[in-house]
Design a protein around this ligand. Structure first.
Ligand code: SF4
Length: 224
């Protein structure tokens, strides 16, 4: 039975503090290309892309922003058209009304308080309309200033399977991970888990047989 495999694997692995570095190293070797999947050329494009990626795929966002970023280059451009036009331009990302409203609020604040630039400070990012902790985390990490660890559905599942957290709530999972993961790895850690989750550790059918963590680093491994 599956549970007995897991029970055996649990006994076999070391405590999480001893496993976290080898897990990072092995995933980095396995997924050397792991990076953010959104396409952007500036902090503003990064911020907009991350904001639009809520409830949709990165591929879908890239398809939309390919045209969007030709038409909207500066914060002022998002305010120069009627809201309905912006809604149409981001329609394919879903939740387009709320996203258009947030984008316009965000651009207004960027112009009024930050000279039209995306702020560096994590707290300033969080003040922008439509920017929650996850968005601020992604933007900060991509700018080389990670202040936390991005937790999405893959990071949550993998962290639980690897025994790095028992929590369900993303904020609590992030807190557990920040205590465990070395700070210099805060930016790349979620990318490694996301790519591993997409390629090998699928939600329904994890391919433990080909997983580089299976034998000695994963307490959920089904490989003996
Ligand atoms: S694929 Fe299997 S061994 Fe690898 S991380 Fe997922 S559950 Fe663990």
């Amino acid at each position: 039975m599956a549970t007995s495999y897991v029970g055996e694997a649990r006994k076999r692995v070391a405590p999480k503090k001893q496993r976290v570095r080898p897990v990072i190293e092995r995933l980095a070797a396995e997924h050397a290309d792991a990076r953010i999947a959104l396409s952007f050329r500036s902090p503003l494009e990064l911020l907009v892309s991350v904001m639009l990626s809520a409830q949709t795929t990165d591929v879908n966002v890239n398809r939309v922003t390919e045209k969007l970023f030709v038409k909207y280059r500066r914060p002022e451009d998002y305010l120069a058209v009627p809201q309905e036009e912006l809604e149409q331009d981001i329609f394919a990302t879903g939740f387009y009304r709320q996203k258009a409203k947030s984008l316009r609020g965000m651009m207004t604040m960027l112009i009024e308080e930050f000279d039209g630039e995306v702020p560096e400070s994590f707290d300033d990012l969080l003040r922008l309309p439509g920017v929650a902790r996850k968005t601020a985390n992604v933007v900060s990490a991509e700018r080389g200033n990670a202040q936390g660890i991005v937790v999405d559905t893959h990071v949550r599942r993998l962290s639980q399977r690897l025994g790095f957290t028992r929590q369900e709530d993303p904020v609590k999972i992030e807190r557990d991970l920040m205590k465990l993961v070395p700070r210099e790895d805060w930016a790349r850690f979620p990318h490694l888990l996301i790519w591993h989750g997409r390629r090998i550790c699928d939600a329904r059918r994890p391919e433990c047989e080909v997983c580089p963590l299976a034998l000695d680093l994963c307490p959920s491994s089904r490989v003996r």
